[in-house]
Design a protein around this ligand. Structure first.
Ligand SMILES: *[C@@H]1O[C@H](CO)[C@@H](O)[C@H](O)[C@H]1NC(C)=O
Ligand SMILES: *[C@@H]1O[C@H](CO)[C@@H](O)[C@H](O)[C@H]1NC(C)=O
Ligand SMILES: *[C@@H]1O[C@H](CO)[C@@H](O)[C@H](O)[C@H]1NC(C)=O
Ligand SMILES: *[C@@H]1O[C@H](CO)[C@@H](O)[C@H](O)[C@H]1NC(C)=O
Ligand SMILES: *[C@@H]1O[C@H](CO)[C@@H](O)[C@H](O)[C@H]1NC(C)=O
Length: 408
């Protein structure tokens, strides 16, 4: 805190020129405190390698400020001085993490400290929701943060629909124990996106990377939509599958889930003959992996964490012979946003599996062909075939010519 007084430093000349008005003003300001404040833009939690701008706020915008990093109560040597109110730090490293203050002059009282956290110093922890991410208003929800890194502390952050980002809580842990944060009973204010971070006692302002986001949605505040499959819920393998979620409420987006896994959201598009709003979810050519229980929800863009009641479940069954067991995710051009990570990762596993299967099959085939070729060569040589008859076609395959001139 700082006494709002200009009269402490100026020269006699300036005092004289400012005259009576200033002295009156200073007299009036005696005992009135102005607090400097320090803020960070875009956020006090800065990912490793990015920059952050610290701004010192005061009522006198043309004043020059000084920035200090603090170590407990001790003020470390001045970091950057004689700036206007902006200081840019970075690209940040762990060294930038800590507590900062700014002051207007050497003798003025500093601002309240601002903690600058550098995130991404350790591997991200995992986060899970119990009983799940879709809850009714008033339900108790527990978020569990867990890591294979031995953190001393987990920090839970919450971001709501207005983009407001704040620390929700922190919890000391021991060993590899998870931290359970109770965030219920749920209301529209506590719904939102949660992430957790881990940190160590010896450097509390260096955090791990954020966990994957966990969206906690409140459901049941509006009427359920209805879900149907174009052409029926019994589908032959290979037939195009399109699910349609529709509602007479004016939802502007719909969400589709299979077995509780969010497949993504679509904006409400055309209207059905009964003038209900609807969204189509094309799942592509059906495979048995598309079989399962589907549900959809409606919501409004202005309140993204409040979903309608769940539609009645739709049991989709894809039958028939399969040429491919690759479960396609939804069309990426029409599927918006994240939450497809699960579907994506399973697709990746399948692609990986197919590649592995293909590679090993090729290796076995190649081995068989080689073995067979060498046998043939052997036989040819045994039969007195001249070596010149073996044509090496430059690359990798060996063509042998039988004594009768046929290509084998
Ligand atoms: C300080 O930074 C903010 C945000 O980057 C910017 O809007 C503002 O104009 C800057 N002020 C000065 C004095 O440079
Ligand atoms: C939530 O937890 C509180 C305190 O543990 C309990 O009183 C309340 O009944 C719980 N609410 C529900 C819906 O389970
Ligand atoms: C978001 O959080 C801020 C701070 O807690 C609160 O003021 C604001 O009302 C919240 N917005 C919504 C839509 O819940
Ligand atoms: C949502 O579903 C519950 C249980 O089925 C029901 O009691 C409630 O009235 C429904 N809410 C609305 C808005 O339709
Ligand atoms: C499936 O849909 C795609 C795109 O909508 C279309 O190109 C394709 O011909 C359809 N296939 C069948 C079997 O209907």
């Amino acid at each position: 805190m700082r006494l709002r007084s200009r009269a402490m430093c100026p020269t006699l000349l300036s005092l004289l020129s400012l005259g009576f008005y200033v002295s009156l003003r200073n007299w009036a300001a005696v005992g009135e405190y102005e607090k400097l404040s320090l803020s960070a833009w875009p956020s006090p939690v800065v990912p490793l390698g990015q920059t952050v701008t610290l701004q010192c706020h005061s009522h006198s915008p043309l004043e020059r400020f000084r920035l200090f990093k603090r170590d407990g109560k001790r003020r470390l040597p001045e970091l950057q001085g004689d700036h206007f109110n902006n200081f840019t730090l970075g690209p940040v490293t762990g060294e930038h993490a800590g507590s900062y203050t700014c002051s207007e002059a050497y003798w003025s009282a500093p601002s309240d400290p601002l903690q600058i956290v550098v995130s991404g110093v350790f591997k991200k922890p995992s986060i899970s929701a119990h009983p799940g991410p879709l809850v009714q208003q008033g339900d108790n929800v527990t978020l569990r943060c867990h890591s294979l890194v031995m953190f001393d502390k987990f920090i839970l952050h919450h971001e709501n629909s207005t983009g407001h980002f704040q620390r929700h809580g922190e919890m000391l842990t021991g060993g590899y124990a998870p931290a359970d944060f109770s965030i219920g009973p749920m209301t529209l204010v506590s719904a939102g996106t949660y992430r957790c971070y881990g940190s160590l006692r010896r450097s509390p302002y260096e955090w791990s990377a954020p966990s994957d986001p966990m969206d906690i949605m409140i459901t049941g505040l509006s009427k359920k939509p209805s879900l149907s499959a174009q052409g029926g819920s019994m589908v032959r393998s290979g037939e195009n599958v399109t699910l349609v979620c529709s509602s007479e409420s004016a939802f502007d987006q719909f969400h589709l889930l299979r077995e509780g896994v969010n497949l993504g959201r679509h904006l409400a598009g055309g209207q059905s003959p009964r003038r209900a709003l609807q969204a189509e979810f094309p799942l592509g050519p059906g495979t048995p992996a598309h079989s399962g229980v589907y549900r959809c929800y409606g919501s409004f863009t202005r309140s993204p964490y409040s979903w309608s009641n769940s539609s009645d479940p739709l049991f989709l069954s894809v039958t028939g012979s399969t040429t491919s067991t690759c479960p396609s995710t939804m069309d990426p051009h029409t599927t918006e946003e994240a939450q497809l990570s699960q579907a994506h990762s399973s697709t990746w596993y399948i692609v990986l599996g197919l590649v592995t299967a293909f590679t090993s099959t090729s290796i076995i085939l190649a081995a068989l062909v080689c073995h067979w070729c060498s046998t043939q060569n052997h036989v040819a040589i045994m039969e007195g075939e001249p070596m010149e008859a073996r044509i090496v076609n430059g690359e990798d395959s060996i063509v042998t010519i039988s004594p009768f001139g046929e290509m084998l």
